[in-house]
Write a protein that binds this ligand. Structure first.
Ligand SMILES: [Zn+2]
Ligand SMILES: [Zn+2]
Length: 169
């Protein structure tokens, strides 16, 4: 959703609250392993402070993943408050940083802003629990529920030859 700031930029309004529900495109997040996404609740305010414009945004929603080790479903909540200074793109080139948001005309693309922030906060690894034991690569059993017997049956070949070496003497 695009917010038109004409009234705050012109000084007609000093504040402009907004509230929306964003339906995010899951395909933007599949590269991070996301398998589902809830609608995101977004609200905030654009405010004029002297000659400066500031935007406050709060968003919250959830993404569904699979645990990277055991493949159990994991739901992660994404929630953030952020404040940025709105800078209207002029002639000179200034690099946009975390505190600033550039706009080219009178509009702020709220969806783009939120999607960019979510991208930055996507986890590198998703685990159902930091101590998740994962799945046995041999029998496929989830090791969180039960110990499998694979490790007992399997003898490390290096130990096997060592065992033979000692039994020869
Ligand atoms: Zn897990
Ligand atoms: Zn096993």
């Amino acid at each position: 959703m695009v917010l038109n700031l004409t009234n705050v930029i012109s000084g007609k309004l000093s504040q402009m609250p907004f509230e929306m529900t964003l339906t995010l495109d899951l395909s933007d997040f599949e590269v991070f392993g996301a398998e589902g996404v809830s609608p995101f609740q977004v609200k905030g305010m654009v405010e004029r402070r002297g000659v400066e414009l500031e935007i406050d945004v709060h968003y919250s929603g959830t993404f569904n993943f699979s645990c990277n080790r055991c493949l159990n479903p994991v739901e992660l909540k994404f929630e953030r408050d952020l404040t940025k200074q709105i800078i209207r793109q002029g002639g000179e080139f200034i690099e946009e940083d975390e505190q600033s948001l550039f706009i080219e005309d009178y509009n702020v693309d709220i969806e783009r802003l939120v999607v960019d922030e979510i991208h930055l906060s996507m986890p590198i690894q998703v685990l159902c629990d930091p101590s998740c034991k994962g799945i046995c690569p041999n029998c496929g059993k989830s090791l969180n529920e039960d110990e499998c017997t694979c490790s007992e049956d399997r003898v490390d070949p290096r130990l096997e030859s060592l065992k033979n070496f000692f039994s020869q003497n």
